[in-house]
Write a protein that binds this ligand. Structure first.
Ligand code: GSH
Length: 247
């Protein structure tokens, strides 16, 4: 770079070197159309500088490219590198960033009821809400190639049966639960917007895409509209690129 700085990258770490200071930038390993959008959004809410290392999904399998395994053995997004630290798992990343960079923002005070709700939703998003939505995605695809054409009608019947007996009722159970919880407070942890809302965005966006979430659940729909209207959410989309969840 011409101003005396240079970028040195190794395994995703970016070091900005100048005569005056050495600063390690946060690197967000960002897979298109994925959970890593939440990390960009949080960093925009906090106003923390970061750089984006981009990865494209395999167009046939939708899997992340092998390069992401050089950053973390599972090769899934999001991953964040912060100097020598590599942090994976979106809930862990959000907690790490709120703890280290939040200065008390976007997290309720320790010991409060809101903090307990915050912790609950932070874990619920990936631990309970996502599994049936992931099953929905997987089963909706089993009748597609590479499934041999001869077996596709059978695969479609299996998809329909499992969806009707297990997946759809589970998704409904969760959506009803979340709709009911938003009758208590405007945001998931309480009256204030927190990082738990950022963590909850992915399952609810996935539910809108493939889980039947619609106007029948007005509180969840209002919540989705409210998060999408936040300037930091929109900046994250501008920087992260198109965000369309797998359906
Ligand atoms: N529970 C993990 C899930 C990580 C995950 O499955 N990420 C997806 C993107 S949304 C992924 O990397 N998929 C591509 C692949 O599995 O190769 C988290 O919240 O970080």
């Amino acid at each position: 770079m011409s101003d005396g700085r240079r970028l040195a990258g190794a395994r995703g770490k970016v070091r900005i070197v100048s005569d005056k200071r050495v600063r390690i930038m946060l690197v967000v390993h960002h897979l298109e159309n994925s959970r890593s959008q939440r990390v960009l959004w949080l960093l925009e809410e906090l106003g923390v500088p970061y750089v984006i290392q981009r990865y494209q999904r395999d167009p046939r399998t939708s899997l992340a490219p092998p390069g992401l395994r050089a950053i973390h053995p599972l090769g899934k997004a999001p991953v964040v590198t912060d100097g020598e630290r590599t942090i994976a798992e979106s809930g862990a990343i959000l907690e790490y960033l709120v703890d280290g960079y939040g200065g008390g923002r976007l997290i309720p005070p320790a010991g409060s009821d809101a903090r307990l709700r915050y912790t609950y939703w932070m874990h619920y998003a990936e631990g309970s809400a996502m599994p049936p939505l992931l099953l929905k995605l997987v089963f909706s695809r089993i009748s597609r190639p590479p499934m041999p054409a001869l077996l596709r009608p059978l695969a479609r019947s299996i998809d329909r049966a499992i969806s009707a007996r297990f997946i759809d009722p589970q998704i409904k159970l969760h959506l009803d639960f979340m709709e009911g919880e938003l009758a208590k407070f405007e945001w998931f942890a309480g009256p204030e917007f927190t990082a738990a809302d950022i963590q909850m965005s992915f399952p609810l966006e996935a539910a809108q895409k493939r889980g039947g979430l619609d106007r029948v659940r007005p509180r969840l729909m209002r919540w989705l509209e409210a998060i999408h209207a936040r300037p930091a959410y929109q900046r994250a989309i501008d920087k992260g690129g198109p965000y369309s969840l797998l359906g």
